[in-house]
Design a protein around this ligand. Sequence first.
Ligand code: ADP
Ligand code: MG
Length: 259
Amino acid sequence: MTAPVIQKPLVRARKVHKAFDKLEVLKGIDLDIMPGEVVVVLGPSGSGKSTFLRCINHLEAINGGYIEVDGEQIGYRLRNDRLEKLSDNAIARQRRKIGMVFQQFNLYPHMTVLQNIIEAPVGVHGESRSDAVANAKRLLERVGLSEKADAYPRQLSGGQQQRVAIARALAIKPKLMLFDEPTSALDPELVGEVLATMRDLSKQGLTMIVVTHEISFAREAADRVVFMDGGKIVEMGKPEDVIGNPQHPRTQAFLSRFL
Ligand code: ADP
Ligand code: MG
């Protein structure tokens, strides 16, 4: 008999607290995410969704608890029983495992699509230009934009720009992808193509945390749905449970807006 493979979570968040001065924004977040899992985070505006993603990526330092990604604590290390802040270099190395896509695509306007995608691998991570270009071309194929390699961002629709931003985030070969309302800035007719790209990625075994108000995407693509309110996880589970049969009054109230 072969021994069962015990998989470790790729992300472990424990008692995560974050405050901006006196404003407590995250009030003890506990969440484990397994490799390959797609987790959709729902919740009203101001509930702390973006802050949580930003803490995972160490764009914000947390005030309590810890976050581990791929077995390493984000931003800190334990030394002689004391928590020590990591060096900028060490943090950059951790960030390399995490790709992030924002509401605003923030492509470099003076660079072509291809240049945007190879910028971090070549400029920051020292990958050879030819490897980075080959990888960028594969990624453009994956997001359905092979023919746009030499276009400039202004020549693309918002949906195409966001798909380039996804390819750019994937170019560092992250283990974890974070999406923060990636379709919220798009005209309604452009939302579908970006969600379709994300749905493809979700089927390819990528570990994803997606903050979105697209309930249908959550229902179809999520392995798990997390509902946040007031800096806490109020409810979490399979989409058919959390969306189809929410237990908490605040989840019910939030979802009733989408019916
Ligand atoms: P969500 O993404 O769920 O809408 P956010 O994480 O953006 O929520 O924000 C949660 C709360 O934290 C809000 O009250 C917001 O105003 C506050 N906040 C977010 N970032 C900062 C910051 N850099 N400084 C001060 N307050 C912030
Ligand atoms: Mg937000």
